[in-house]
Design a protein around this ligand. Structure first.
Ligand code: CP3
Length: 348
């Protein structure tokens, strides 16, 4: 039997081959700005029920693909399924965000890991298998996890805070205990990402949403180093694994992040300085980003200008067009159409 090899533009870019029209998807592309998502969400019960019901998780993963034909689908789940599998209590308050039982003493940190049950993540693998079966072979499927630092910030504080100070304080005050949390998260993330590859993910993204609150020394220790270990651990078993890192707010530390972690691509936020990215980041890895999600809410001529800026800044090199962070629930769908039309008309 001859094997038909279908190339995915998204994977081509990650493999070193710039595409004339950059592949495009959006972080948080399955979500509340879509009426069809809100409909499934309303009948699913809790947010975690939605994540852990394979047919529903697969359905909402595919919704934005049907509507917009993005070049990649990202599996519908959350970064906090890892603490859930580690036996921490996790739930999501509607309209507010995640709530966990705070983990802020050295004793609790030492006990972490004893109650891990990774069987809880099997529904995510099943959802990946379902999506892969239904997905056009030209479209890439992305699996993901949170970076240990970002996941730890929610575990320690028990919720999102303006600057994730509780985790920063714990890391300064009890570095050994905090290291224990990070180590458990590194090991469980490696297993989880390998499980997602096995279930059909083509690409993995590591979300470090809170990287930008760390000073350089702490950034090295708690963001770069654990991410480097995850990349190494995954590649030990899956040498060809394609990995995207998203250290939001890393700024001038981005070159160091890509050099040290070994990721294939880096997702950049909208504040990233274009010449630094072109000269010291895009020369080594593919760049993903970085439209301001608020420009996508605004629409009109300002949106066209913001799209053109991304294409002018990074379109000459390896680019995956994306937002600088997740799409916001109030974003008009017509603006997403406007963005797609303009990016796909790009003559690079
Ligand atoms: O990108 C996708 O479409 C895939 C799904 C996805 C979700 N969360 C679904 C979700 C992904 C990749 C995430 C990652 C995630 N989750 C991150 C990293 C990326 C980022 O956006 O910073 C973080 C920090 C979390 C933790 C989390 N989950 C928070 C802080 C919140 C509340 C804020 C909010 O947007 O509501 C969530 C809830 C969440 N995760 C929702 C969705 C669609 C909204 C809840 C709902 O629909 O009821």
């Amino acid at each position: 039997m001859t094997q038909v090899r279908t190339t995915k533009p998204f994977i081509e870019v990650l493999s070193g081959r710039r595409q004339p029209v950059p592949p495009i998807w959006m972080m948080r592309q399955a979500g509340r700005y879509l009426p069809e998502y809100r409909e499934v969400r309303a009948k699913a019960g809790s947010f975690l029920d939605l994540c852990f019901t394979p047919e529903l998780a697969a359905e909402v993963t595919l919704q934005p693909i049907r509507r917009f034909s993005f070049d990649a689908a990202i599996i519908f789940s959350d970064i906090l399924v890892i603490p859930h599998a580690l036996g921490r209590e996790v739930h999501f308050e509607v309209g507010e965000g995640p709530r966990l039982r705070p983990l802020d003493t050295p004793d609790q940190a030492e006990a972490l890991g004893a109650r891990a049950d990774f069987g809880k993540l099997k529904p995510v693998y099943e959802a990946l298998r379902r999506v892969r079966r239904e997905l056009d072979p030209k479209i890439a499927l992305i699996g993901f996890c949170g970076a240990p630092w970002t996941v730890a910030t929610y575990m320690v504080a028990g919720q999102g805070t303006p600057d994730q100070a509780p985790a920063r304080i714990m890391a300064y005050r009890y570095p050994q205990a905090f290291t224990k949390i990070i180590d458990v998260l590194v090991e469980s993330s490696i297993q989880y990402l390998l499980g997602q590859l096995d279930a059909g993910a083509d690409v993995l993204q590591i979300f470090d949403t809170w990287a930008g609150v760390l000073p350089p020394r702490e950034f090295m220790r708690w963001s770069i180093e654990p991410t480097r270990r995850i990349v190494e651990g995954v590649r030990k078993k899956a040498p060809d694994a394609k990995i995207i890192g998203f250290p939001r707010g890393a700024g001038a530390l981005l070159p160091q992040y890509v050099e040290t972690t070994g990721v294939d691509a880096v997702s950049i936020d909208w504040a990233a300085e274009p010449s630094l990215i072109r000269d010291r980041v895009q020369t080594r890895v593919a760049v993903q980003g970085n439209l301001d999600p608020v420009a996508l809410i605004a629409g009109g001529a300002a949106l066209d200008q913001a799209i053109d800026d991304v294409l002018a800044n990074f379109g000459n090199g390896r680019l995956i067009f994306n937002l600088g962070h997740g799409i916001q629930p109030e974003t008009p769908i017509a603006h997403v159409d406007q963005m797609l039309k303009r990016v796909r008309a790009y003559q690079g």
